[in-house]
Structures are given as structure tokens and as C-alpha cells.
Ligand binder design. Structure first.
Ligand SMILES: Cc1cc2nc3c(=O)[nH]c(=O)nc-3n(C[C@H](O)[C@H](O)[C@H](O)COP(=O)(O)OP(=O)(O)OC[C@H]3O[C@@H](n4cnc5c(N)ncnc54)[C@H](O)[C@@H]3O)c2cc1C
Length: 532
């Protein structure tokens, strides 16, 4: 999703769109499309309400709450970033210490309640809660300590990348994270997140060690060399093995990069990556955008690169927040309105936005090209995507991600174009990223892959959900036919058979979960649906 952060550096391109369409489309409607959210969206009952399992809510409601921890909510329901997964729960404990976690696990064991750990709940398929369960809200458990000598940080799991970057800047930067900075460390480890650093690989490779609280309340250190089996299960393990209470992560220098972009035909991308980008160690970050305009749908591609610049004579601006939220939001929401606006959005990305790029680093001595745009590593990674949230009723935007072996890229994109066109899918954004072979137990990339990240708009009614389900099933079948895998933190629209075919290790994963947690204390909606 960082895609948007790069695209709309100043928001001025959105302003250009505004001028073009304002007269004809109506300024009142434009205001609605640009408006800030007024709170959490309520999209009604969960899509998969029938699959949330048989939980005796009456028994649960009668259980007196644990004293000595802070309940931010007792009873009621919870949702995630999709707004499509409203789920009734026992309550939410605000975690501030390891002791809070230990006490709550003991209370849950004694009362036969289940536990799900939650970060900022940007997974989109109920992975961070379960019907009738207790949710551990880790957001307030977020201390970060820097170790300059070992170039690492020790973090509590509720810390977000945004908070960590504010602390590391200007000297250091995060090594591996998602493309945007809103997520918690605990949630990111639990999906083995990846982003735009195509050399660093996924987050797993940055983890020096973690402390985990197991179902019996004991603490265990896990790392690539200590309790490795459990480490491999916890990374990308969706919270099913324990609560991550601390992690030590390696960090890197906040290097200076020169920004670059080029237009290409999508068919040229695999060779360009293999022959050029992958071989150039100085290209430190990269991602692509495929066209979402009908006239060049998934054919034209913009490739963005960040290439390391040597030197010490740099003057850096302080790390800033992304501005122009309303204009960015307007541009995204306008593109939901039909083919003309989709064309305008792509034209703007091709021809306008790079001219508005924020270049935050300058040389103190006159060197290099005067035209070069320099930024520091933290800049493109420091985007909290407020513009993705909106107040549009009956409307939500859903992520998908597919990991495709590199040799299959072109034919997969061709198949994807057909599925999306046949289903009249409202595609807002299509990014291309690099993933390496990842060796965690439930790996999404057992071999080097390109990943395709799709951001898709839908209505929140039955018809919108039906259409999204159908497109998802077809995209997953296509992925499996290309020997790829789909990313698991999103909507649970796939069948058990599709899960099994995409992740042949899934039964062993669930068996290991029961070995470490025989009473199934740790659970979530994904586990409820596919493991039972
Ligand atoms: C707009 C958007 C953009 C995204 N971009 C990317 C991207 O660029 N790259 C990428 O890889 N993914 C991306 N994602 C997916 C996202 O990385 C994951 O959903 C991630 O888990 C979100 O972190 P979170 O804090 O919201 O976790 P949550 O959704 O709160 O939790 C995710 C999982 O982690 C578990 N968990 C959370 N904390 C702990 C803990 N302390 N101990 C044990 N288990 C825990 C939860 O139980 C749950 O199963 C994106 C999602 C959205 C909505």
C-alpha cells in the first residue's frame, strides 16, 4: 500500500484532478469523497457470521470479569480494517505489562474462555479475534529501546513502525516492515510481513530473538538458533502459539537514496528485475505499479526505485508526516466512480506526480546531478495512509496478495486481468513487490516470488460480498495453477480445499498448534473456520 504514499507526494496531482472534474461532477459530491472518517465504519453483520462457530454466549456473559487488569470493553463486538467481520466477544483487555498477559491467560484457562492477541487489527479476516473470546489489545504495550552497539532495538509488541521510525530517525531505520507504517510489531511478525526492501526479505530475517508467553503462562525465548521449531511456527503463525511479549530486531542506517522511476511493459519486468535491479546492490528499495486504467489495464507498469547515494555531506529535513490527506483520499475515491476517473488517476501517476515529489535531503556541497531527488530511507517508509480511511457508507476497500513464482509472472498477470475484467472488479491499485524464499513453517513463498498486491473496492451489501468472494476464489485458483500462494491475513473467502492446495503444510501446522496448545487457548476466526 505504500504505493499511494509514493504516488501522491504533495497531493497536487489530486488537486489537478479536482479542477478537471469539479465542474462536471459537482463539488458537493467531491466533498463527500474527500471527507475524514467520522469513526469506525459499521458494515453490519459479519460476512462469515455463520462460520464463526458454536459459542455459548449466554454462558460467557455470565462469567464475572477478572479484577486487576483494565478491560476497555466487556461484551459487545469487535471488527477489523475490512469492517466486514463484526464479531461478538467476551471483552478486550488493555495490556500494559507481561503480568497483564499472564493474569488474563490464567483467567481464560480457569473459565474456559479463548484468547486472541490483537495489534492494530489490520488483518482483514477476523484473524485478531474470535467469537466469545477475550482480545488482548497490545497497543499500549509498546516500549522501544535502541541498542546502538548491536544495531538493534528491543520492542514490546504493540509498538508500531511509525513510533519506531520517530525514535530511530535521523540515524537509523527499520530493516524490514510493510510498505506503510501503521502496523504493530506483534501483528507484523505474526504474518511475516514484507515491504519494499527487496534485499532485506520478510520480517523474519530481521528478528534476532523473541520472548513468547505460552498457553500455560510460561515464558520461552525463541530465535533462529534457540527453540527454532517454535520460532518458525510463531513467525507467520497468526498468534496461535502464544503471545509475543518482546522482540529484538536488527536495524539499518537511515541511508540517503536517489529516487527513480521508469515506465515499462509488464512483460519486460521479470528480465529487468533479474538482469538489472537484482544485480545492483545499490538499489535498496523498489516496487511497481500496474495500470488500473481500462485502456492499459495491467499492461503498463511504473517501476519506482530508491538507489543508495554515497557521501556524508547531507542535510536532511526532519521526518515529517504525509500531508494532503483529503486530496489523496479524493483521488482514490474518485477512481471508484468509473472508467474516466480510473484513466485520469493513471495519467496523473504517469505524468504529474513525480514532478511534485518531496525531496527531503540536499547536499551541502555542490555535487552530483542538480536534478536528482534525494530522500532518506525513513521518508518513503513513513506513511500512515490516513487517506485510505473514508466516511463513504456501504463501501469498503479490501486487500489481496498473491505470491507467484517469478517465471510465472506474465501469464499470471494475463490470467488476473481476465478474472478481474470478467468479474467487473473495481481495482484501485495493483502493486508488484519482491519476495525471497521464506523458511517459516507456514511460508507464503517457498521459492523466490513476485508478489501482486491488489486493493479492491466493494459495496458492503450481500451483492458486494458475493462478487468479492467469487473473484477471490477465482484468483486463488489461478494462483494455485501458477504454483503460487495467497496471503492469509485477508478475507476468509477460500475453501478448505484451496487452503490445503495452496499451503500443503497446513495440516502439520494445525497439528503443531495442538501440540503446543492442546486446550486451544489461542484461537482466531481463521483457526475456527479452517482447523475445526
Ligand atoms: C492497508 C493495508 C496495507 C497492508 N500492507 C501490507 C504490506 O505492505 N505488507 C504486508 O506484509 N502486509 C500488509 N498488510 C497486511 C498486514 O501486514 C497484516 O495484516 C498485519 O498483521 C497487520 O498488523 P496488525 O498490527 O494490524 O496485526 P493484527 O491484525 O492486529 O494481527 C494480525 C495477527 O497477528 C496476531 N498477533 C498480533 N499481535 C500479536 C502478538 N503480540 N503475539 C502473537 N500474535 C499476535 C493476531 O492474533 C493476528 O492473528 C496490509 C494490510 C492493510 C489493511
Amino acid at each position: 500500500m505504500q504505493t499511494y504514499s509514493q504516488k501522491f507526494k504533495t497531493g497536487a496531482s489530486a488537486l489537478a484532478l479536482l479542477v478537471v472534474v469539479g465542474g462536471t461532477y459537482g463539488f458537493r459530491r467531491l466533498q463527500v469523497l474527500a471527507a475524514d472518517p467520522t469513526g469506525e465504519k459499521d458494515c453490519g453483520p459479519a460476512v462469515g457470521a455463520a462460520e464463526q462457530g458454536n459459542v455459548n454466549l449466554e454462558r460467557i456473559k455470565a462469567i464475572a470479569p477478572l479484577q486487576g487488569v483494565k478491560w476497555s470493553q466487556l461484551g459487545g463486538s469487535i471488527n477489523d480494517a475490512s469492517c466486514l467481520n463484526k464479531t461478538e466477544i467476551y471483552g478486550v483487555v488493555e495490556v500494559h505489562s507481561i503480568d497483564d498477559v499472564a493474569k488474563t491467560l490464567a483467567f481464560a484457562r480457569d473459565n474456559k474462555l479463548s484468547i486472541t492477541t490483537a495489534g492494530v487489527r489490520h488483518s482483514m479476516g477476523g484473524q485478531a479475534f474470535r467469537k466469545g473470546g477475550i482480545v488482548l489489545d497490545m497497543r499500549g504495550f509498546n516500549r522501544v529501546v535502541l541498542h546502538e552497539d548491536t544495531r538493534s532495538i528491543t520492542v514490546q509488541p504493540g509498538a508500531t513502525w511509525h513510533q519506531i521510525q520517530n525514535m530511530l530517525d535521523p540515524r537509523f531505520a527499520v530493516r524490514a516492515m510493510q510498505s506503510t507504517d501503521i502496523f504493530s510489531v506483534g501483528g507484523s511478525i505474526s504474518v511475516n510481513a514484507h515491504g519494499m526492501d527487496h534485499q532485506a526479505g520478510a520480517l523474519a530475517r530481521s528478528i534476532k530473538s523473541m520472548r513468547l508467553m505460552l498457553a500455560d503462562g510460561s515464558l520461552r525465548t525463541v530465535s533462529p538458533t534457540e527453540n527454532k521449531e517454535l520460532f518458525d511456527l510463531v513467525v507467520g503463525g497468526y498468534g496461535l502459539f502464544g503471545v509475543i511479549v518482546e522482540a529484538e530486531l536488527s536495524i539499518v542506517d537511515n541511508a540517503v537514496y536517489q529516487t527513480g522511476r521508469r515506465m515499462l511493459d509488464y512483460k519486460a519486468f521479470p528480465a529487468l528485475f533479474a538482469d538489472d535491479i537484482e544485480k545492483d546492490a545499490n538499489v535498496a528499495l523498489m516496487y511497481g505499479h500496474l495500470s488500473t486504467a481500462p485502456s492499459s489495464f495491467l499492461k503498463e507498469m511504473l517501476l519506482y526505485t530508491y538507489t543508495k547515494v554515497d557521501g556524508t555531506d547531507f542535510k536532511r529535513e526532519p521526518l515529517g508526516e504525509v500531508g494532503g490527506t483529503k486530496l489523496r483520499r479524493l483521488t482514490i475515491n474518485l477512481s471508484k466512480q468509473g472508467p474516466l476517473f480510473q484513466e485520469l488517476k493513471w495519467l496523473s501517476e504517469k505524468h504529474i506526480e513525480h514532478r511534485m515529489e518531496a525531496c527531503t535531503v540536499t547536499r551541502t556541497q555542490a555535487m552530483g546531478s542538480a536534478e536528482a531527488c534525494l530522500v532518506s530511507r525513513n521518508d518513503p517508509m513513513h506513511d500512515s495512509v490516513a487517506y485510505l480511511r473514508n466516511s463513504l457508507p456501504n463501501d469498503t476497500d479490501i486487500l489481496h496478495e498473491y505470491f507467484i513464482p517469478r517465471s510465472e509472472f506474465v501469464s499470471f498477470v494475463d490470467g488476473m486481468r481476465k478474472v478481474l475484467t470478467d468479474n467487473q472488479t473495481n481495482l484501485l491499485n495493483a502493486s508488484v513487490r519482491i519476495v525471497h524464499q521464506e523458511d517459516n513453517f507456514l511460508t507464503y513463498s517457498p521459492q523466490p516470488a513476485f508478489s501482486l498486491v491488489l486493493y479492491i473496492n466493494q459495496t458492503t451489501d450481500e451483492e458486494g460480498n458475493r462478487r468479492m468472494k467469487k473473484a477471490t476464489e477465482e484468483l486463488i485458483d489461478l494462483t494455485i495453477a501458477h504454483k503460487g500462494r495467497f496471503f492469509l491475513p485477508y478475507q476468509l473467502y477460500y475453501t478448505r480445499d484451496q487452503l490445503q492446495r495452496s499451503y500443503p503444510q497446513i495440516n502439520d501446522f494445525f497439528a503443531a498448534k495442538r501440540r503446543y496448545d492442546p486446550a486451544e487457548l489461542f484461537t482466531n476466526t481463521f483457526y475456527q473456520k479452517y482447523a475445526s
